[in-house]
Design a protein around this ligand. Sequence first.
Ligand code: PLP
Length: 366
Amino acid sequence: MIYLDNAATTKIDEKALDVYNYFSKVDFFNPSAVYATKNSICLKEARQAISKKLGFEDLDNVIFTASATEANNLAFSCASNDFVISNGEHPSVYDMAMHIKETKRVSFCPLSKNGEIDYEELEKILTPDTKFISVMHVSNETGAINDLEKINSIRNKICPHALLHVDGVQAFCKIDFNMKKSGVDLYTISGHKIGAPKGIGALIFKNKNKLKPIIFGGGQEFNLRSGTENLPAIMSLKYVVETRKPDPNYIKSLKNVLLNELTDKDIKINCEGGSPYILSLSFIGVRGETYVSMLHDRGVLVSTGSACSSKKKGNRILTNMGYKEDRIISSVRVSFFETNTVEEVSQAGKIMLNTYHELKEKMNVQ
Ligand code: PLP
């Protein structure tokens, strides 16, 4: 199997799994127990490691959650009305916004042709009353990278008191980002996109005073997210954050290896110049789902879009970028990680091209 769906999830790193096992089998105490001093110190150190990765020094500004989905939902608790999000958001932001739209003022900002938020439109949509803005750092569908500095300066010009939340799931530990120096107030991350386990996410904040709990109980996580801390997953994430060496140049070379194999003018790149980790392509004339399922049978795992959206019809992101039906229905997402090798990517490219030609021919005969 050649796994090229790393934006959906990554295989856990072997050593991160050892850490997970250690904190499940050996140092397994509940960090809130009186005798578990070591575990509660570990928890603090994990917070600090993540803080540090984002440019902070020694701050307790991390809330651990069970997923990025939960962290994104929690971020919305900061405001009671006047939300602005981009049309390119992951369902954990977009569907949350659709949900609260029934009772609150929510505006949606269009995307530009290159997949980034449309900055001019954002300037028109924000008002002095806007309280909360949510945009993603890197698109999970296309790899487009939003210019957070630009968004911050637009926010500062129009609604300086509005909080800026950024879903950093596809960017964290992949592209350098100093949250402390940026205008970002809240940042969401997820473990399983970077070789840490599933079931661990976090919301990093500059000021927790505006956050309100969405889960009630034992008062863990500054009384904002009750529930026994998942220390095995937290420590495993800490290990990855401290040891991971992202290699975007290597990933770029993998992307080029694949593109060099895909020599057909009907294969289109949907987003140029974004994150090298994600490549959105359209294979004109075939249906994405049929193609992806044939590739699966031949040992290449890619997806038609984000795993979270795979049950939803169409592709909201490509539609928003202004693409026509033929490009949308034939779209496929390929996503890389440092664990991929040049040889397997080259092999995957050959299989992808042959399968495309076969399927196209079949479609033409019918
Ligand atoms: N945000 C983005 C951009 C994602 O890509 C994903 C996962 O696909 C999520 C949020 C949700 O992450 P989790 O699986 O940790 O809930």
